[in-house]
Design a binder for this molecule. Structure first.
Ligand code: PRT
Ligand code: ZN
Length: 285
């Protein structure tokens, strides 16, 4: 039987979330981290553990059918693959930074300057777009130390919390690209593999939808049900059950994580009691 081969990062910032996502999608496997390949026992799938930089190439060449990789790597390697789904983890940005003491007004600062980066392709296209003539110094790691040792005037690197820049006396001056982990796929999957990919996508969406919502249960005076309905956005039709206590009902619904705290506050004001909020494991819409 044909198997869908998925490439994920062997060990690094995307590994844990990639493995967790596959497990939440019901994939049963072991040996992650110390093997090159793991077989999934309950789905026609094989997992290849690779360096993130190599994943787009492997997917383009069909050594892997699909892969999980950061958009930063996908854009930099510029391979011909389909971007199938954004996964919502591994979020970061690619940014330009300069020594904290520098006076910086706008991007023209970089004219005639030298910028150290591991992302020369993305940087070049950004500089070209902005008509900036700067020298790109390509280095493969520890980019943030380049200005301190006199190798460059600024850096173009991944930032997430900003603490690496801070520790190296740098300040972010331009945020160039937002990135997150994405599912990529080979452009010529046969129908069997395309079908398997569709099944996986169905599961990924159910898992990721669920992450954005909570199940809420609360007790409310029956007379206040209309008011509650107005507070919970997007609620089609809540489940309402009478409580043993006269004049009170139990209301069940789904609310989005984003609205969570403001909704809870309003519900309390309306008179809701015994509010329970429960995580949802899967959500099929
Ligand atoms: O060994 P392999 O080549 O597979 O791994 P790697 O070392 O090249 O990559 P890894 O594991 O560091 O990152 C994998 C992917 O995670 C990246 O390609 C991004 O898509 C994503 N990601 C998310 C990050 C970060 N957040 C991040 N903070 N990748 C790197 N960083 C580094 C950054 O380079 C900088 O040194 O963390 C530092 C900045 O972090 P803050 O929080 O101090 O700003
Ligand atoms: Zn890498």
């Amino acid at each position: 039987m044909e198997k869908l081969k998925i490439a994920i990062q062997k060990s690094g910032r995307l590994s844990e979330d990639s493995i967790a996502l596959l497990k939440q999608c019901g994939m049963s496997f072991s040996g992650a981290g110390n093997k090159l390949i793991a077989a999934v026992s309950n789905f026609p799938m094989e997992i290849l553990f690779l360096r993130d930089d190599d994943i787009p190439q492997y997917v383009q060449d069909g050594v892997a059918d699909i892969g999980i990789v950061g958009e930063n790597i996908l854009l930099e390697t510029n391979k011909k693959v389909n971007t199938t789904e954004s996964l919502g983890f591994g979020k970061c940005r690619l940014a330009l930074a300069v020594p904290r003491g520098e006076e910086y007004e706008n991007i023209s600062y970089f004219n005639g300057k030298k910028i150290a980066t591991s992302y020369p392709r993305i940087l070049k296209s950004y500089l070209d777009q902005n008509k900036i003539a700067a020298t790109i110094e390509e280095i493969s790691g520890s980019v943030e130390i380049a200005p301190g040792i006199g190798l460059a005037n600024g850096v173009f690197d991944i930032v997430s919390s900003g603490s690496t820049l801070l520790m190296n006396g740098l300040k972010e001056v331009e945020s160039v690209l937002q990135s997150q982990a994405v599912l990529i796929s080979n452009k010529d999957l046969d129908t069997v593999k395309q079908n398997l990919l569709n099944q996986l996508l169905f599961r990924i969406r159910a898992v990721n939808n669920a992450k954005n919502f909570k199940y809420i249960l609360l007790n409310i005076p029956t007379a206040k049900i209309e008011a509650v309905k107005n507070v919970i956005p997007g609620m089609k039709s809540p489940t309402i059950l009478p409580l043993a206590m006269e004049g009170w009902s139990s209301l069940h619904s789904v609310i989005s994580e984003e609205d969570f705290w403001s909704v809870i506050d309003q519900l309390k004001t309306i008179g809701a009691e015994g509010i329970l909020v429960v995580p949802i494991e899967k959500m099929v819409l």
